[in-house]
Write a protein that binds this ligand. Sequence first.
Ligand SMILES: Nc1ncnc2c1ncn2[C@@H]1O[C@H](COP(=O)(O)OP(=O)(O)OP(=O)(O)O)[C@@H](O)[C@H]1O
Ligand SMILES: [Mg+2]
Length: 240
Amino acid sequence: MSDALSMNSVQLVINNRKILNNLSMSVPHGSAVTIMGPNGAGKTTLLRVALGLVKPTAGDLHIFGNRGFDKENRKLLGYIPQNLGLVGELSVFSNVMIGAIKRMPRWRSIAGVYTKDLVTEAYSLMYDLKVSHLMNTKVKKLSGGEKQRVAIARTLIQKPSIILADEMTASLDFKAAVAVMDIFAEIKEKMGITLLMTHHNPEIARMYSDNVLIMMNGRIEKNIQSKDLTKEAVEDLYET
Ligand SMILES: Nc1ncnc2c1ncn2[C@@H]1O[C@H](COP(=O)(O)OP(=O)(O)OP(=O)(O)O)[C@@H](O)[C@H]1O
Ligand SMILES: [Mg+2]
């Protein structure tokens, strides 16, 4: 299987500190990969480097075999940040449309005048993510799980090939996390999207990833098939 995303010997030094330290990793096309590791290991930073938001001090990055961050490469990536970045005062529909800004002329996004095709697409995504009944509700009134699903819809409308999702279920109880991840996993398969996520919950990581990358001190220490992610492996990870 070819790689959707790969990094080779990536270094990020800030104030003489190696935040990413000779980091190499790859995410096969169509797979779901989770990065696990203690607070401060560098998981969010790794995602931000992958997205081109932070420029590494050294090292290589490839997206579908193409090096670096030209405009075309960037378009292939979608991001669900840890804090979601939704606008609480706006409706579910408006938040989803924010994801489509780059797909329309500026005047349309400012005026809120969208093409029929785009609106149909947004409805369909909101329906799949079970938030269409909330489309006119302000996001600040939603539950954590509902907000997560709006954030997924907002990312999917960009039509990314790879989604990077940072602790997307961290604020949810297990049942709500499973409900969100079940829908996300189904859509991922349907759309053929590659997923790179971070999770702290090993059960969620096991259920929804093919592989789990163990990250410590700015580098990937291990690549474990999720079925081999034992309790012992997780305990080791958080004790050291
Ligand atoms: N812009 C920055 N300037 C200085 N230090 C930074 C910067 N960005 C990240 N760091 C440091 O890099 C380290 C890794 O941070 P990062 O947020 O990537 O960790 P993480 O693995 O995502 O942790 P968590 O599980 O708490 O989310 C931390 O020690 C953090 O303080
Ligand atoms: Mg983080």
